[in-house]
Design a protein around this ligand. Structure first.
Ligand code: FMN
Length: 407
């Protein structure tokens, strides 16, 4: 199943009003407490902070709080970035986005969602990524990459061809996970990773980080959301192991925490490390916001700088109440209770609302996904909407402003 938060694929804004019954009490409480920290210390200490203020994390200054959320393009061959990725990412840098996060990029060939995913398991992957990073940086954007392993959700067709699991005849491959529990009834049964397999995946992430640094990326994000390998170890619904990597919360967190420790060791101190979490599975008995807060504290202690707070994707039957900013309360709660910087994502489409997420102290960054697909210039337009002088790239700016004067 392809990366589009598959559990929410079929929901539309029409069914927002009915709060799904499978939603747990914890999630309801979080949703009700949607007010973030209005008039909080955040505002008092940093009254000047808004969507277009810079944010410095370690040695990296992100010029504004608008993030291009990682979005798989399923347009690579053998994991290699090409002109599609160059234009797709480059045009959002031209469009004024502060931080561009390259889509889920597989750390092993087996960890791809589809055969068309980007990859970084081989040195050959570095050069085309370097070209893209160079251009993003030239435009003043900060270049980030999301490193991923799809786990039990690997080996599927691309979404516009249905996203179904691929058979070996169609080029599919065996999938791995914490336990022999498939994502859907008809999906492939994952082979549980043994301790050696876990260590190999950790090493693959470490090598991927080294290649990403070679390509010039300035921020690394680990993908531990949407039901992929790292998330599937966290959730008791997909992890039913009885060894050190399953059972208690401490054991379920072990894989991700070991991975972070290993990654932080090879990352220069000045380079920020982000982790994308699904803050809840939206299913009773699954991973939830309380566990996410505990995990985020642990991540912070190991040198993670920011939690990018998404939700869902672990099981196909979760019902998610989609509405504007439906995941913002999760970013706000993690920020407040774990004391870590957060990114908010999910149906944030309007400049004014995105700005409020920042000014009210709900999150430190705002990830924009589909709205940036609709409009690569969303960020520049948002500047105008918020009353700032739009920051056009030089070759456009003089021309656009001249027309403005003639009006
Ligand atoms: C085409 C597409 C591909 C996506 N690929 C990824 C991905 O590679 N990694 C990820 O964490 N989320 C992925 N997502 C989820 C987005 O990053 C984002 O969290 C989600 O679309 C909600 O934000 P939005 O309402 O602004 O689109 C994808 C979403 C879309 C639409």
């Amino acid at each position: 199943m392809a990366e589009l938060m598959p559990t929410i694929n079929h929901m539309t804004t029409q069914n927002l009003t009915s709060i799904p019954s499978v939603k747990s009490q914890t999630e309801l409480a979080v949703m009700e407490n949607h007010g973030c920290q209005s008039a909080s210390l955040h505002d008092q200490k940093l009254p000047e902070v808004d969507l277009f203020s810079p944010l410095t994390i370690r040695d990296i200054t992100i010029p504004n709080r608008v993030v291009m959320s990682p979005m798989c393009q399923y347009s690579a061959e053998n994991g290699l970035a090409n002109d599609w990725h160059f234009v797709h990412l480059g045009s959002r840098a031209v469009g004024g986005v502060g931080l561009i996060v390259v889509e889920a990029t597989a750390v092993t060939a087996q960890g791809r969602i589809t055969p068309a995913d980007l990859g970084i398991w081989d040195d050959l992957h570095v050069e085309p990524l370097t070209r893209i990073v160079h251009f993003l940086r030239q435009q003043g954007a900060i270049a980030a990459i999301q490193l991923a392993h799809a786990g039990r959700k690997a080996s599927t067709d691309v979404p516009w061809q249905g996203g179904a699991p691929l058979t070996p005849e169609q080029g599919g491959w065996p999938v791995v996970g914490p336990s022999p529990l498939p994502f859907h009834e008809n999906g492939p049964v994952p082979t549980p990773l043994d301790t050696h397999g876990i260590k190999e995946v950790i090493q693959a992430f470490v090598s991927a980080v080294q290649r990403a640094l070679q390509a010039g990326f300035q921020v690394i994000e680990l993908h531990s959301a949407h039901g992929y390998l790292l998330h599937s170890f966290l959730s008791p619904l997909s992890n039913q192991r009885t060894d050190n990597y399953g059972g208690s919360l401490e054991n379920r967190m072990r894989f991700l925490l070991e991975l972070v420790e290993n990654v932080r060791e090879v990352l220069p101190n000045g380079i920020p490390l982000f982790v994308r979490l699904s803050a809840t599975d939206w299913v009773e008995g699954g991973w939830d916001i309380e566990q996410s807060v505990i995990l985020s504290r642990e991540l912070k202690a190991l040198g993670v700088d920011l939690v990018d707070a998404s939700t869902g994707g672990l099981v196909p039957h979760a019902r998610i109440p989609m509405e504007t900013g439906y995941q913002v309360p999760f970013a706000a709660k993690i920020r407040k209770e774990a004391g870590i910087q957060t990114g908010a994502v999910g149906l944030i489409t309007e400049a004014g609302y995105a700005n409020e997420v920042i000014t009210r102290g709900c999150a430190d960054l705002v990830d924009i996904g589909r709205e940036l697909l609709r409009d690569p210039y969303w960020s520049i337009r948002a500047q105008s909407v918020l009353g700032d002088e739009p920051d056009w790239p030089v070759p456009y700016g003089y021309a656009v402003q001249r027309r403005g004067r003639r009006k």
